[in-house]
Design a protein around this ligand. Structure first.
Ligand code: UT7
Length: 330
């Protein structure tokens, strides 16, 4: 029997574009206001990738390059790149492959993983399982979305929420028992009616009519998504704690998907966690879909200590949701 290892995150990288789109900018574009957006979502501004010719792979590559620099890692050593995104550069090939090309990861295989806002969590679980199998030693997991490429900036139901960004982690075999401990992941495809893009897939290929009807933009029926998200993210986080006999006192940090501050608060309350233990940067970046969780890890990296218990939790389109427990490894 081959020896199995735990998988540990050993480095984090991130990238957000420089251009800010503030609530006050949005006030000039749609019928909304700063007060409504802040009180209903917690968002004040978000970042937008404006440069022509730049796509998700460019942000993802920047996040991975930071990891290469920090770890002095030769890209030829990377075994695999898993890219969680709903805004790939193209329908195919995979954005993971394009990131691999841009960073020089000539020996890596790669693929994209589509689980919307839970994408990073699902990809992290997949990458950790690859390491645990003993087959691979260095896996890059990227969460990236250029949401501005699928947002209708005349639709106040969506344009106030989303932003662009990328985060990435390096997974390696853990030297001890720290690292990825467990995850509970869930999907329910019946939720697709509330959050989706109508056209551009095999169900409804692009036509002049679909473009004119704005069917290539993200559609969200916010209220039902909100209700499912509050329950789904809180329930699964509590379930994971109970499964391992953990309480809020054992947890150093909750790392929640940043969709809405009210959903984050509900999850933290259910876990009996004070606000000081919750990573929140939604006010600066909005909802960057697959990038929210790694961007939190990126921003809080210097405050994390070896052995800290982290609960990562997400809810997103699909519906997809889940929670993961990791013991920080450095
Ligand atoms: O990350 C993927 C998963 N996505 C989520 O988790 C998002 C979940 N949903 C949400 O976060 C919230 O539903 C939204 C932030 C999208 C909307 O907040 P809400 O509290 O559910 O608002 P609502 O749709 O119930 O609308 C409340 C009121 C309505 O006016 P009346 O009917 O009460 O007079 C809306 O017309 O707010 C109005 N409204 C707005 N007003 C100003 C809706 N959108 C806006 C807006 N600006 N952008």
């Amino acid at each position: 029997m081959s020896q199995t290892n735990k998988a540990a995150i050993t480095a984090v990288g991130g990238y957000v574009p420089e251009t800010k789109l503030t609530n006050f900018d949005l006030e000039k574009m749609v019928d909304t206001n700063d007060e409504w957006i802040r009180t209903r979502t917690g968002i004040s501004e978000r970042r937008i990738l404006r440069e022509p010719g730049k796509a998700s792979s460019d942000m993802g590559a920047r996040a991975v390059e930071e990891i290469l620099r920090k770890k002095n890692l030769d890209p030829l050593e990377i075994d695999c790149i898993i890219c969680a995104t709903v805004t790939p550069d193209m329908i195919f090939p995979a954005t993971a492959n394009i990131i691999g090309d841009k960073i020089g990861a000539k020996n890596a295989f790669g693929f994209d993983l589509g689980a919307a806002c839970s994408g990073f969590l699902f990809a992290l679980h997949t990458g950790a399982s690859f390491i645990e199998s003993g087959r691979y030693k260095k896996i890059i997991v990227v969460g990236v979305d250029k949401m501005s490429s699928i947002i209708d900036y005349t639709d106040r139901a969506t344009c106030i929420i989303f932003g662009d960004g990328a985060g990435a982690v390096l997974l390696e075999p853990s030297k001890d028992e720290d690292g990825f401990q467990d995850a509970i992941l869930k999907s329910d495809g019946s939720g697709r009616e509330y959050l989706h893009i109508k056209a551009g897939g095999s169900l409804k290929p692009a036509t002049v009519e679909s473009v004119l009807a704005k069917e290539h933009y993200a559609f969200q029926d916010g209220q039902p998504v909100f209700k499912f998200a509050v329950k789904g993210m809180a329930d699964v986080s509590a379930e994971l704690l109970e499964k391992h006999n953990l309480t809020g006192d054992d947890i150093a940090w909750l790392v929640p998907h940043q969709a809405n501050l009210r959903i984050i608060d509900a999850t933290a309350n259910r876990m009996n966690l004070p606000k000081e233990k919750v990573m929140i940067n939604i006010q600066k970046y909005g909802n960057t879909t697959a990038a929210t969780i790694p961007l939190c890890l990126w921003e809080w990296e210097s405050k994390l200590n070896k052995g800290d218990n982290l609960i990562l939790a997400a809810f997103g389109g699909g519906f997809t949701w889940g929670a993961a427990w990791i013991k920080w490894a450095y």
